[in-house]
Design a protein around this ligand. Structure first.
Ligand SMILES: NC(=O)c1ccc[n+]([C@@H]2O[C@H](COP(=O)([O-])OP(=O)(O)OC[C@H]3O[C@@H](n4cnc5c(N)ncnc54)[C@H](O)[C@@H]3O)[C@@H](O)[C@H]2O)c1
Length: 460
């Protein structure tokens, strides 16, 4: 039977989940604290860039199965099931900051008008769902499993493919410890049952750790291939042939073996830090993941340094075109994007920087000076210097060709399709210099060199 669902938080995960759960036939209310987000969504306009999202949003709004509000308490009172999809940004000590999750749990407790299932979709460290259960029990006076149930349902969608991933997940993980809640979750995801999606039923702690283990493993795979790429580069080997051959081994798989400027995004950086912090808390060795974190930071800074080296040691007074600001293609998310480090480094070195990204410019403007959800990493001196340099020497361009005008060097930071098919003849005519640093290996080195450019990729 279709359920009445409230989703707390309408960011990347909450919005895609709201729209997807409504499309499964459930009646869904998406709640956000931000009035501007709620109004935009209610008018049928997505607040994030995700392929296919607008159609699903509008279709479900029109069908009357989906609505958005800032009135969390009323939406919770009306729901059978409350999904928590709020942010869990990194705290200063590496642990996830759980204040938004705990506030959401308190809000559920205050509005527990009858039995409800509370489902945590946010990525939360092991033990958090027990804590959510304790908060709701303590503040509502209800017994877990009777007055309410807590379910851990971590989300695995990829930004850029979020809608597709929501409707065709590899698996649904459900940390669920009572039969009544299990029946509710089977109803919620009935559409996925019918297409034989694997369901993993387990306890709360296992579900929480599955998410961290998966993200930490993927981050490790990227870091591994980046280190191998650096070795290939130093020895004259070709990382693409290496990665392709490794991927032919069924035990390895070809996915996540693409070298680049280091991983970014809202998940891998914070989730690796959080799982390392959990290891410390329990006295368990997480040295592999700690080394991944260190090495990835190093890869970002190596990328910026390599660009300066390709430009003869300094970019001062030179013009650099930066194509791509998002942390990966098909998203407007710039959280922890390598482009932030690279543009900051270029500005501090005295370069004129011309940037273009098809979707991520507005988010980047805040992130560059340490604002936005993951901001705050810059001390005030550095921030002031970057702000001043950006005001004088940073131009946001309308397309890739404007960014290339008069550039001494080009760096490709995000693998947008438009950059894979970059018109190289036009690039040649627009640029003043010859340096191309393809930090995503999206161009054909032979073609680029044949036009007289000096080409550098990663590991080839
Ligand atoms: N972004 C991803 O690709 C992804 C993938 C899988 C899992 N996750 C996890 O999902 C969670 C959410 O991530 P996101 O990227 O969607 O975050 P986000 O920052 O894009 O969105 C969170 C939203 O929650 C709202 N919010 C905060 N407290 C609220 C409350 N009490 N009531 C209603 N709204 C509230 C905020 O205003 C914000 O709009 C995180 O734990 C993240 O790690 C993210």
């Amino acid at each position: 039977m279709a359920k009445s669902i409230t989703v707390l938080g309408t960011g990347y995960v909450g919005l895609v989940s709201s729209v997807g759960l409504a499309d499964f036939g459930n009646s869904v209310t998406g709640v956000d604290l931000r009035k501007d987000i709620v109004e935009t969504l209610q008018s049928g306009t997505p607040t994030i860039y995700e392929i296919g999202l607008e159609d699903y949003l509008q279709r479900n709004l029109e069908a009357g199965r989906l609505s958005f509000t800032t009135d969390g308490p009323a939406a919770i009172r009306d729901a059978d099931i409350v999904f928590i999809a709020v942010g869990t940004p990194p705290g200063s000590d590496g642990h996830a900051d759980l204040s938004q999750v705990e506030a959401a749990a308190r809000s559920v407790a205050k509005n527990l008008t009858g039995y409800k299932v509370v489902v945590t979709k946010s990525t939360v460290p092991v033990g958090t769902n027990r804590r959510v259960q304790e908060i709701i029990a303590a503040e509502s006076g209800q017994v877990p499993g009777e007055g309410f149930s807590v379910v851990s349902n971590p989300e695995f969608l990829r930004e850029g493919k979020a809608v597709q991933d929501f409707f065709h997940p590899d698996r649904i993980v459900l940390g669920c410890e009572d039969e009544r809640a299990r029946g509710y979750m089977e109803d919620v995801y009935r559409a996925l049952y019918l297409i034989q999606t694997p369901f993993v039923w387990c306890n709360l702690e296992t579900a929480e750790l599955i998410k961290y283990a998966s993200n930490a493993f993927l981050a490790t795979k990227i870091t591994f291939i980046n280190q191998m790429a650096n070795l290939a580069e130093a020895t004259g080997a070709d990382i693409h042939t290496i990665a392709r051959s490794m991927g032919m081994d069924g035990r390895i798989s070809p996915k996540f073996l693409h070298p680049g400027p280091g991983y970014g995004g809202s998940c891998f950086p914070k989730d690796t830090k959080a799982v390392a912090a959990t290891g410390d808390e329990y006295g368990v060795d997480m040295s592999v993941i700690k080394e991944v974190i260190r090495s990835n930071d190093e890869q970002k800074s190596l990328t910026a340094k390599k660009l300066l080296r390709l430009m003869g040691g300094s970019a001062s007074e030179k013009t650099v075109a930066v194509l791509g600001l998002a942390f990966k293609a098909e998203t407007d998310d710039v959280r922890e994007s390598p482009a932030i480090d690279i543009v900051q480094e270029l500005l501090l070195d005295g370069a004129h920087v011309r940037v273009f990204d098809p979707e991520a410019v507005e988010n980047f403007k805040a992130a560059l000076v340490g604002e936005g959800p993951f901001g705050g990493g810059l001390n005030s001196d550095l921030r002031e210097k970057i702000e001043e340099a950006a005001a004088e020497r940073l131009s946001y361009c309308r397309d890739e060709f404007r960014a290339l005008e008069g550039a001494d060097a080009l760096i490709i930071v995000t693998e947008w399709n438009a950059f894979r098919n970059l018109n190289l003849e036009r690039t040649k005519a627009l640029m003043k210099g010859q340096v191309i640093f393809d930090a995503r290996n999206v161009l054909d080195p032979e073609r680029v060199r044949a036009l007289g450019f000096s080409y550098a990729g990663v590991g080839r």
